[in-house]
Design a protein around this ligand. Structure first.
Ligand SMILES: Nc1nc2c(ncn2[C@@H]2O[C@H](COP(=O)(O)OP(=O)(O)OP(=O)(O)O)[C@@H](O)[C@H]2O)c(=O)[nH]1
Ligand SMILES: [Mg+2]
Length: 304
């Protein structure tokens, strides 16, 4: 939910397509009423509703909230971070939505997306200050609701996928254990990243080497999307690769497909390349095989 023009439908388009979405996003027109679709995550079917944000629709939802909002498990609220003039209007709308859930005593997780936080704005003092002020104002709801903030932009697919994945993870109790496990595992290797994705690119858990630069994270994610396509097209279970960052640092990695019944998961593991001793790098990649049973066990617990 969110005001008209906030970017809700664009976000859903990015999540469902992941690549080649630019044309479709450019063609979007305001959503009329509610656009419904569904998706599967961890074998569970979710109904997703994209609430058209034009004034007449907002008024209708708020007039009969029980008709539209009852049974919601998770709310993503999208604010156009660039549209300062509408911050207050947007907060007012959110407040009314939360009032309904409060009355129903449905304290669902709320993910608030400061959207259109485009790459060139990351270091912009003005917008950062305004967003911070808004976050501070919103913390007054955090004693009743679990509120999570995200900065997103369609020009950084990962920012959108992270917000979506984190929101969904709230609905699966044991999911945070995946990242914990990866963080433990990372200590045994010179790991740059360990991540587990579902077939649609939703993150179940991840570990990134601290201080990994944003551009490096993006490079990895975009590379992953390409390699994932290759794995699917070539019907493979394993793919090894090697590449370098802009600063020249080389890395090696593998993607391994883990099957559980009809669910596929993708394990992405990237380590620093040991220039002086390539044998060592290969050993590390071999060794992660040893950690697989632990991982598989955890996945089983989550999907049960
Ligand atoms: N700069 C920038 N523009 C964006 C971003 N995401 C979406 N937009 C643009 O914002 C406009 C509105 O996007 P929509 O996704 O249609 O907005 P909406 O929230 O679905 O609007 P309603 O359906 O009317 O409620 C479009 O012109 C998009 O191209 C973003 O991350 N950055
Ligand atoms: Mg829309």
């Amino acid at each position: 939910m969110g005001l008209d023009n906030a970017g809700k439908t664009s976000i859903i388009t990015v999540i469902t397509q992941r690549f080649g979405f630019e044309e479709e996003v450019a063609r979007l027109t305001p959503t009329r009423r509610i656009a419904r679709d569904s998706f599967k995550f961890l074998g569970i079917e979710f109904a997703r509703m994209d609430f058209g944000g034009q004034k007449q629709y907002r008024e209708e939802y708020l007039k009969h909230p029980e008709k539209y909002l009852m049974g919601t498990d998770l709310l993503f609220y999208v604010i156009d971070a660039q549209d300062f003039n509408r911050y207050i209007e947007s907060i007012d709308y959110l407040e009314e939505i939360l009032l309904f859930f409060k009355e129903e005593q449905e304290y669902i997780p709320i993910c608030i997306l400061f959207h259109k936080f485009d790459p060139q704005l990351v270091d912009d003092k003005d917008i950062n200050k305004r967003i911070l002020t808004l976050k501070q104002a919103l913390t007054r709801y955090s004693h009743a609701f679990d509120i999570f903030f995200f900065e997103t932009t369609i020009f950084d697919i990962k920012s959108v996928m992270d917000a979506f994945s984190s929101g969904l993870s709230m609905l699966f109790e044991k999911m945070e254990m995946v990242s914990q496990l990866f963080s433990e595992l990372s200590k045994n290797y010179n790991s740059i990243l360990i991540a587990l994705f579902d077939a649609k690119g939703i993150t179940l858990g991840e570990y990134y080497r601290p201080h990994l630069h944003l551009s490096e994270k993006l490079k990895i994610y975009e590379m992953y999307i390409e390699l994932h396509k290759r794995i699917v097209n070539e019907n493979r279970n394993l793919l090894e690769f090697s590449d370098k960052f802009e600063n020249g640092e080389r890395f090696s990695g593998i993607i391994e497909v883990l099957n559980f019944g009809n669910l596929d998961f993708y394990l992405l593991f990237i380590v620093e390349e040991d220039k002086s001793d390539l044998e060592k790098t290969i050993n590390i990649l071999d060794k992660i095989e040893a950690a697989k049973p632990q991982m598989e066990n955890l996945i089983l617990q989550i999907i049960q």
